[in-house]
Structure formats: C-alpha cells, structure tokens
Design a protein around this ligand. Structure first.
Ligand code: ARG
Length: 415
C-alpha cells in the first residue's frame, strides 16, 4: 500500500513550486501574526536550503516515509530548522491545498515553455514561407490533384492552425486572482484537463502537418527532403530514408488523446472536493507536457532543415489542374459557371480522347467546337503562375495574399 500510495518519484519535479508556495504561505502566516518575523525568516532560510538540495541533486528521499513532495519537503525542513518551527508552517493548510497550488505554479511555467516553443515553430513557418514564395505545387482535395497553390500557401495554412493554438494557450496562462470558492480551490483540476484538451487539438494539427510532409517526402512525390538528422535509414534496405521524426509526431498525438480521455474518466463522478483519485492527474500531465514540448521543438527542427524540390513540385502540376481556370475564363466572357464547368470538363475528355498531353494542346479551333466564346487570349490560361496569381481574394494563394498572411501572423507574434 505504501508504494501504491506514494507519488514522490514523479511529483518531486514540482519541488520548486512546492517551496515557492510554502514561502508565500509562511509570509501570509506572519502577516496574520501567527508566526513572528524571526520565525518567518528561519522558515524561509530553511526552505531555501531544501531548495538548494533539490537543485544540486543532493536531496535524500527517505523511502517509505516521503510519500510525496509535500511530505518530503516538510520532513527535511524539520531536520534543518527543527520540527517545532517546521510544524508551524502547516497551520491552516492541508496537502490538498499544496498540491492544487503547486500543480498550477508548475504548469504555468511549463506552459510558458510550450508557448515559446510554439512561437519558434511559427517563426520557422514564416521564415520558410517567405524564402520559398516562388515555389508552386499541386493543392489537393481527397488527396487528388486539385488546383495549383504556392508551397508557402500550404505552409501558412498550417501556421494558421498553430496560431489558433497559440492564442488559445496564451489565454490559459497566469494566476490572475484567487479562486472564489474553497471547495473548488482544493478540488479543481479543470486546468489539468484543459491543458490536455488543448494538447489534443494541437497534436491533431501537428499530426496532419506531419502526415502531409510524410506524403510529400515519398519518392513518388519528392516535394520535400528531410535533413539526415531528422530521418533514419533501414537496418535492411540501404537505399531507405525514413521520416521517423514525422511519424513520431503523428504517433504521439494518439498518446495525448489517450491521456486526456483517461483523465476525464478519472474526474467524472468524483464526489466533491479532494479525493486521492486526483493524484492520478500527475503522470499524464507530466508526460503530456513533456511530449508537447519535445514535439513542438522537433517539428521546428524538421521544418527549418528540410529542403524543397521546386522541380518535382512543378513536374507534379498537370494541365488538367487548370480546368477550373478554363471555366473561369468563359465566366469572364459572360457564360454562366454551371455551363463553363461542363464545357471545361468536355475539353478535358476531348484532350484525353485525342491522346493529347493536356487541354493546352487542343488549339483554338477544337475549343471553339465546344464553345464559340473561346478566343485567342485563351492560351494565357495555361500558365500555373498566372493561375495562382488569379486567386487574389483574402486567403488566396496569390503572392500578395500569402505575404499578407505572413504579415498578419508576424504582427500577432510581436504582440
Ligand atoms: N500527493 C497527493 C496528490 O497528488 C497530495 C494530497 C494527499 N492528501 C491526502 N489527504 N491524502 O494529490
């Protein structure tokens, strides 16, 4: 039971938060004349000594005695300054108050770290999007070639999700005020659940990002090539370069979802205030935050070191991907889109039937058999660069639109 009950081997990582909380608590005991100024300074001196032992890795955990970080710190404090004074620190508080406070303090700092890693990931997106603005590749729906887009447009689509994640995370930080109900103060773990819910959504974005890049890094696509540092070889097949970094990012999302769901099961149906079940928040929370931080940093590394192959991207573009542009051309000549869609579809099948390499090879005469509104200027349509530049509304893939998206996120990051 002793072993089953104790949490010291994992909650010891909150030692700094526990000592910070105790120092603040001692100060408030003095402010209320419960301890003298001398006692306060002795308590602070003792707590600082305990801190130094943890920080220098010399704190000796007493097996079977130190159940958790709170009991361990109190036991050691008593040895250092005497149990008479150390015993006064616990006036009016319970370990339940300590653990609720410590977890918040610890998590606030940890979320700060995740936040700054996420900012780095976004900066990596902005940097690449700016540097590779000229690269055009296929955009996909159903994983089938759809229309040409800028690679930077793809990058900014993911930056968009990550920016939402950042905004949501930033509103979770901080210790804005006291909790207005003591029963809630001691038992609330919504902030733990919320962190993992946040992490779940964030990792689903990360996983989709990774999945795209895994596909783009295959020999068949070849749009991107991962740096050696973020890929591995095969123990059997010498030619292989596997995107392990991306696969782990994709895989670890499942782990975060599981931790989130697991803790929700723990929370639901708990009777009011503290129950020991709540100790089960620590391991998933510690593991989830570690995973989130590591994953964000790895993703930044992957993105900032990969190389893109503009030639392969261009080679993947086919003229039929301009069928929508051909339909749009006729719209500008006054034909209703429903009809132009049909005409353009007929052009694609005609080119196929005639064994031509694309709709650009049909020539004006054959196009005119499909619709008399086709003119000499139709040949301008068969140009990928022009196609992306035509998409110039807000959120579009034209250069100025992508530049605007980059600027917007830059402004947000500066704020
Ligand atoms: N280690 C415990 C936790 O993480 C501290 C609270 C124990 N309180 C108690 N009354 N048994 O929740």
């Amino acid at each position: 039971m002793t072993t089953y009950n104790e949490s010291i081997h994992y909650d010891k990582r909150m030692y700094a938060a526990d000592i910070l909380g105790s120092k603040a608590y001692a100060t408030s005991l003095h402010q209320r004349n419960i301890i003298t100024a001398h006692e306060l300074s002795e308590l602070h001196r003792g707590l600082d000594l305990v801190y130094t032992e943890w920080a220098s890795d010399t704190f000796a955990i007493s097996p079977g005695v130190d159940e958790d970080i709170h009991t361990a710190n109190e036991r050691r404090l008593g040895e250092l300054i005497g149990t008479y004074l150390a015993g006064k620190l616990h006036t009016g508080r319970s370990r339940n108050d300590q653990v609720a406070t410590d977890t918040r303090i610890w998590l606030r700092d940890t979320l700060d770290e995740i936040e700054s890693a996420l900012v780095d990931l976004l900066r990596a997106h902005l940097g690449r999007a700016e540097a590779d603005l000229d690269a055009i590749m296929p955009g996909y729906t159903h994983l089938q070639r759809a229309q040409p887009i800028r690679w930077s447009h793809w990058l900014m689509s993911h930056a968009h999700y990550f920016t939402d994640d950042l905004t949501r995370l930033a509103t979770e930080l901080g210790f804005d005020s006291v909790i207005g109900n003591s029963l809630v103060g001691v038992a609330d773990r919504d902030f733990v659940a919320e962190t993992m819910m946040w992490g779940s959504l964030f990792m689903s974005h990360m996983s989709r990002w990774a999945e795209d890049l895994i596909i783009y890094s295959t020999q068949e696509f070849g749009f991107v090539r991962l740096a050696d540092a973020y890929s591995t070889g095969s123990s059997l097949m010498p030619q292989k370069k596997n995107p392990d970094s991306l696969e782990l990012l994709r895989g670890k999302s499942g782990r975060i979802f599981g931790q989130m769901a697991g803790f929700m099961y723990t929370l639901k149906a708990l009777p009011s205030t503290y129950n020991k079940d709540l100790q089960e928040d620590k391991e998933p929370l510690f593991d989830a935050t570690r995973t989130l931080l590591d994953s964000t940093r790895i993703a930044t590394g992957v993105l900032s070191t990969l190389s893109i192959d503009r030639g392969k991207m261009l080679a993947a573009l086919t003229m039929d991907m301009l069928a929508t542009d051909l339909a749009d051309y006729l719209v500008r000549k006054g034909v209703p889109f429903r009809e132009t869609h049909h005409i353009s579809g007929a052009a694609v099948s005609l080119a196929e039937r005639e064994g031509l390499s694309g709709i650009d090879k049909l020539g004006l005469d054959r196009l005119r058999t499909l619709c008399p509104k086709f003119d000499e200027d139709v040949m301008q349509v068969f140009d990928f660069e022009r196609s992306v530049e035509m998409r110039s509304a807000i959120g579009g893939t034209a250069r100025e639109c992508v530049v605007r998206q980059i600027k917007e996120i830059k402004v947000l990051l500066q704020a």
